[in-house]
Design a protein around this ligand. Sequence first.
Ligand SMILES: [Zn+2]
Length: 589
Amino acid sequence: MSQRPDRRYLPAAAISQQDPVVHRLFSLRFQREMFSQVEWGREYWYEMGRAAVLRRAGSRSYEQLGKAKNVVLLVADGLGVTTNTAARVYKGQRHGQTGEEASLAWDNFPALAMTKTYNLDAQIGESSACATALLCGVKANFETVGLDINGKFGNCASSFKSKVESLVSWAQQEGKATGIVTNTRVTHATPAAAYAHSASRYWEDDAKIPPLSRRACKDIARQLVEDDPGRNINVVFGGGRRHWMPKVATDPEQEKEEGRRLDGRNLIEDWLRDKKRRGIRAQYVWNKEQMDKIDPKNVDHVLGLFAYSHMDFDADRDKGPKGDPSLAEMTKKALSLLQKNSKGFFLLVESGRIDHAHHYNNPYRALDETLVLEEALLTVLESVDQSETLIVVTSDHSHVLTMGGLATPRGNPIFGVDTKVSDVDGLPYWTLLYGNGPGYTTPRAVPANLTGSEKNAVHSSAVPRQWATHGGEDVPAMAQGPLDLSLFSGTMDQTVIAHAIAYAACYPPYTYRCAVNGSTVPISTKLQNCAPEENSVLKGKPRGGRGGGVVLASSVMSEDDKTNVVAPSSSSVCALTSTMLFAVMYAVT
Ligand SMILES: [Zn+2]
């Protein structure tokens, strides 16, 4: 049984391949056009993603590869390799070990890839554009959400035709249940990329949108309540009530705080009203006790907003019934609802505050929040059928944390100092240091190294900044479950993760994989030998704007001036080759 592919996802080359007459006209002229059209728009990233996935999957059939019924994507916001290593040592030391030999739960995953986290116009990525890459498979401009290259920061009109679909919308199109669990605001950068399209990550409520754009562009919270796929997400857990309440309303927990909406709307009530109107059993909760009482048998959609802004760092969390659930507790409850869907589910879990602690140069909370994600993962591993659930743990970008010492002994306290003092100034130094951030002092800070003081310690940085920047190096992606070793390997772009997940779970644009009677088309040797985004440097020149300018990884913490740098145009032979080969594949199927 063969099925014609959905033309929405077909490259022009594939359409021409379906028709021999058009195909003859196509050939050289189209090739020429393709070279000029490959400008890092969504088609480019779709082609790159497909090529990377197909190169890894090879010619193996559907029967050989199988399919992921469920997907859990866990995002450690701001986790780089150093954070990973240090968190592992911290975990071991918390259990009375020396630490280095310990393992994080994802250390045991069979598949590992390194991913590139730059944004279209920024060498060092930030969360919303990185999350767009991760969740939509398309690289984005700095501080935009759910938009392709045509979405320009702060430009409302640029978002109209640049919207890209996410794994959440793809999962919903396949009838899956969907959920988002985070300890940041649910409208914050990473979760927003799962359902929203915004020219600015800061447009979490209408007050942040410039007055002239308020009618034309919906804020992120409203998109979650009113638009697809946001309004269809079964479970939304996190913080950020302030973006849901009107200015006249006071917060139920922080009574001195009021809502931030200028349109007078209470979106929590609107969310409940929409579900009632559609005959959906829905519930809203805002503390741990209320969440614990949710009976999955009686409810299908849940909104949990547990904090006025971000949820507290776990080290500071009120763990009582009137307090807030942990990330693991939210994940467990979310799974109990999502697992009711016989077609499977897609769940995004974010430990979003690793990043914030690093911005403060506070490694204690950063490592603690990493272990918070591990606890959530352990809950997932306990709760799901691992044979049919693809679990991916990755990060959106790194941070400027370093871990260094000279002859530092095994078991040296991870928040402590090196055993030898500096051979220049004769003073002790922490083994965990930062490249920049608020930890800079002159003369440099001398760590006290007293047990118990590490929780609030701000470690030294080399360069003063109010908030530390992100790091630009590759971050790891670990996978376990169906197609893990087949898809997650080598160095790949962050966008490939979305394609790999969609391929494994047979979401659009890869539904054909599970719909062609189990057969896949062999990939030609040419494509296998062509490594477009991985081994080649794409040649191009900056065009327009102030090409070559510097973009600062300001992220959530400051409002640094943004330099609008347009990505270079590309003429990758591999991009065209993969298009052509993909076209052949479609034509055959
Ligand atoms: Zn950040």
